[in-house]
Design a protein around this ligand. Structure first.
Ligand SMILES: N[C@@H](CCC(=O)N[C@@H](CS)C(=O)NCC(=O)O)C(=O)O
Length: 308
């Protein structure tokens, strides 16, 4: 089975979610450090245009979005599970955390005192370049103001803390679930904001829970260069099995684009090779990576027939 390769950077909350899930499952993985801002030529060689962080590679299969990455890790290593039968709503809470909670945590943490901490030691140009990169990335989104985010985050943290007040170890009880990782990466980021992280520390049960989730750690990643990762993709002999299920509106082999529906709206074009309720997969050729299968979750991604 092809080795798991995570393409990520240290300060990315969604990458932290993926790293923690790898640590939780005790999976071996290879670590490719990618740029924080565009250009990311070696990332888009693999994805065909998707630039969000992280992506997971296994040979010539590339998995975009941590919602799908969670399912891939679960299939590789079912125990301990991310989807316990006792917590059927965990994926829904995870989806809320990855969207609403995340886009509350970001503007809250990026207030001046938090920003100074997150960008500590970096030249002022780094912050300028970051802001210039992220403006088009979130264009069209109505971002929360600091006033909006402060009141919303306080309410969300109070609810999460109350959920843990009965002494349960994890959000849905004794068993860990995907919801723990999705909430944790957002609060991990708030904590990175130094003094502004005090908003988490005010909640004892929530703070103890966050420590517990972060204690899963990242396992033991082996460093890999992005050039090596591209060589691995180009040299891969097989792909993960995929199927285009009938009745879902598309035909195998059709030219399609796949685009996130929320932000970072870069379409990826290719031939449809996989479509189920869980994922959409396109095949596309890259000069350096060869023929790659790029996988996306079906939910929160728009699939469209490409105009001829
Ligand atoms: N739904 C995506 C969201 C990923 C996301 O928003 N990642 C942020 C970093 S935490 C990002 O892509 N930022 C821009 C970049 O890294 O280029 C997922 O679950 O992976």
């Amino acid at each position: 089975m092809a080795a798991l390769i995570l393409h990520h950077y240290d300060g990315s909350p969604f990458a932290e979610k993926a790293r923690l899930m790898l640590g939780y499952k005790g999976l071996a993985w290879q670590s490719v450090k990618i740029p924080v801002i565009l250009p990311k030529p070696d990332v888009v060689a693999l994805t065909g245009g998707y630039r969000r962080t992280p992506i997971l590679q296994a040979g010539a299969d590339v998995y975009c979005d941590t919602a799908l990455i969670a399912q891939v890790l679960e299939a590789r290593q079912p125990a301990p599970t991310l989807f316990p039968a006792s917590a059927p709503l965990a994926p829904l809470l995870a989806q809320w955390a990855d969207s609403t909670l995340f886009w509350t945590a970001i503007p809250y943490t990026m207030q001046p005192a938090g920003l100074a901490e997150v960008f500590k030691g970096l030249p002022p140009e780094a912050l300028k370049a970051f802001a210039a990169d992220r403006a088009p990335f979130t264009a069209g989104m109505r971002r929360q103001t600091l006033a909006d985010a402060t009141v919303a985050l306080a309410a969300h943290l109070a609810a999460l803390d109350a959920q843990l007040a009965d002494g349960r170890a994890f959000l849905f009880g004794a068993e860990t679930s995907i919801a723990d990782f999705s909430v944790a990466h957002c609060l991990w980021y708030v904590r990175r904001g130094g003094p502004v992280g005090a908003i988490v520390a005010r909640h004892a049960a929530l703070s103890a829970w966050l420590d517990r989730v972060l204690a899963f750690g990242h396992g033991r990643p082996e460093p890999l260069s992005s050039a090596q990762a591209l060589e691995i993709a180009a040299g891969a002999a097989a792909y993960a099995p995929v199927t285009v299920q009938p009745g879902l509106g598309f035909e195998a082999g059709q030219a399609v684009t796949v685009t996130p529906t929320d932000y970072g709206l870069d379409p990826v074009a290719g031939a449809l090779v996989g479509l189920t309720a869980d994922e959409v997969v396109v095949a596309r050729r890259d000069e350096r990576a060869g023929l790659v299968h790029v996988h996306f979750p079906r939910i929160a991604y728009q699939v469209k027939k490409e105009q001829a």
